[in-house]
Design a protein around this ligand. Structure first.
Ligand code: URA
Length: 503
């Protein structure tokens, strides 16, 4: 009997190398025992015994089998490696085996791969990071998750892509994955106690969940399939599910039977919270507040905006990218919408357009940390293309839906001058469409923002085809920023004269 000892429970590469050598030597499946290093050895196996290699043969492996094997190697079935080797051996004599869907092994391999895929999907959907704050050290993010299969390494790249800008660790009973901002590391498993039970983000999740919960669309069975109950204990929003469902049932019954309110007490509290959140969202604004950096008014507004579902963009974007900067800023810059990098990091203007913007601000003598930078639309709109997400211009409907947040930001900020970077910002600030180049360098008046100075969006400069026009246009952009700075310094908010007109 041959014994193969694999490094780890998900050691696909170890299995592949050993399986290739064994199959090339025509070693039959029943002559091999597969074991993971930490598992106890099989007392009845003597590694020295066993048939010698049969005739050498060239191995045939279809891509489809490789894709399945990579997943199945992560399955919790202790027989997975032996099973995969058996299928590999069968494929040598039956190259079309995987097409025979009625074959028991084919059915089994497909089912196992499906189960691993599903587990990976659940992990990507239900991991909830909690902030761990230690004074003097940047915050780290920890999450606890209990996967069904050995999928930590399989799922980790997803979290790197999504949360590249923050250091995080996902702890599971069997293994952990950590991202330090530059590299991914794997380590031993841990326990739930390592992860704080509650943090400020929990409330965001709950508010978000209450806001997206739609009783008219409630399908309890489908919901349990999508969010199986075994994950609920680690989801902050899960404690709302039962009362919301009960309340929804009652709502329906109430509508049918009686116009009176008969919502149970706990559910009523939750529903009242949802109503409150919606009412706050739609209510007239609170009086303007000027706080310090990220003043209270802005913080509260941002918290509320995180649960925004005013248009469909929230369904695909990673998160709301709210404005950032000084709440007493003289200058407020309004861009179009976050890009790919901003969407992942949750911060405005940090990608390629943001770098160019920063450089131009510096040359114009504007300190970004003393300004406030935001966008007309707070969710990233994109079109998936392969693994990439390609920016799509927001439509008027999306700009209008998001206008509320910009309006509330400006009521709190009351800057001396708002700078519209491009057409979407003009649209949101003035309610009208205009060609940027026709009003560039002029001041428009906006009922919402007072004086609005217009210039191009920095990504316009990135799209210019040749170096010459890039240089000229960049210099003009810096000039515009200097002019905006001078305008804000010389005039007060009311004193700026409108110099541009919108047709
Ligand atoms: N473009 C924008 O308009 N805003 C950003 O935050 C990034 C790119």
């Amino acid at each position: 009997m041959r014994e193969v000892v694999l490094r780890a429970p998900d050691d696909y590469e170890g299995w592949r190398d050993a399986a290739r050598a064994l199959a090339e030597g025509s070693v039959p499946p029943e002559a091999v025992v597969w074991r993971v290093a930490d598992d106890a050895p099989d007392l009845f196996v003597s590694p020295s015994e066993g048939p010698s290699d049969g005739p050498r043969r060239a191995l045939r492996v279809a891509r489809r089998f490789v894709d399945l094997a990579e997943l199945v190697a992560c399955h919790k079935d202790p027989e997975r490696f032996a099973f995969l080797y058996r299928v590999l051996c069968r494929l040598q004599d039956e190259p079309r085996l995987l097409d025979i869907t009625t074959d028991e092994d084919v059915f089994r391999i497909e089912m196992m791969a499906k189960s691993v895929r599903r587990d990976r999907h659940k992990m990507t959907a239900f991991v909830r990071f909690k902030e761990v704050a230690v004074e003097g050290v940047p915050p780290a993010y920890l999450a606890w998750f209990e996967p069904e299969h050995h999928i930590v390494a399989l799922a980790a790249p997803f979290f790197v892509e999504r949360f590249r800008a923050m250091p995080w660790t996902i702890v599971t009973p069997e293994a952990r994955a950590s991202w330090d901002g530059a590299a991914l590391h794997f380590g031993p498993g841990g326990s739930r106690d390592e992860v704080p039970a509650e943090d400020a983000t929990e409330e965001h999740w709950r508010t978000y969940y209450v806001n997206i919960f739609n009783p008219a669309r409630l399908k309890v069975d489908a919901m349990k399939r999508e969010m199986p109950m075994k994950y609920w204990k680690n989801l902050p929003e899960a404690q709302l599910i039962a009362p919301l469902i009960r309340a929804a049932g009652n709502d329906e019954a109430r509508m049918v039977a009686t116009p009176q309110k008969t919502v149970p007490k706990r559910a009523a509290t939750i529903v009242a919270r949802a109503d409150e959140a919606r009412a706050t969202r739609d209510a007239p604004p609170p009086p303007a507040v000027h706080g310090g950096m990220g003043g209270n008014g802005l913080d509260a507004l941002k918290r509320e905006a995180l649960a925004c579902t005013r248009c469909d963009l929230h369904r695909f974007a990673t998160q709301v990218v709210f404005g950032e900067g000084l709440s007493t800023a003289d200058l407020v810059f309004v861009g179009e919408q976050p890009g790919d990098k901003e969407d992942l990091a949750g911060k405005p203007f940090i990608g390629p357009a943001g770098s160019l913007f920063d450089r131009a601000l510096g040359e114009a003598g504007i300190d970004r940390s003393r300004a406030y930078v935001t966008n007309a639309v707070k969710h990233f709109k994109f079109e998936p293309r392969g693994k990439r997400r390609i920016h799509k211009k927001p439509g008027v409907g999306e700009i209008n839906a998001c206008h509320h947040w910009l309006e509330e930001e400006l009521k709190i900020l009351r800057p001396k001058l708002t700078i519209a970077l491009g057409a979407s910002a003009i649209r949101s600030l003035t309610g009208q469409s205009a060609s940027v180049l026709s009003v560039r360098g002029t001041v428009l008046t906006s009922a919402l923002a007072g004086p609005v100075f217009v210039t191009v969006h920095p990504s316009f400069l990135l799209r210019l085809p040749d170096e010459e026009s890039q240089r000229t246009e960049y210099a003009r952009f810096v000039e515009d920023l200097r002019a905006a700075k001078a305008l804000a310094a010389n005039g007060d908010a009311g004193g700026l004269q409108a110099t541009g007109t919108l047709l």
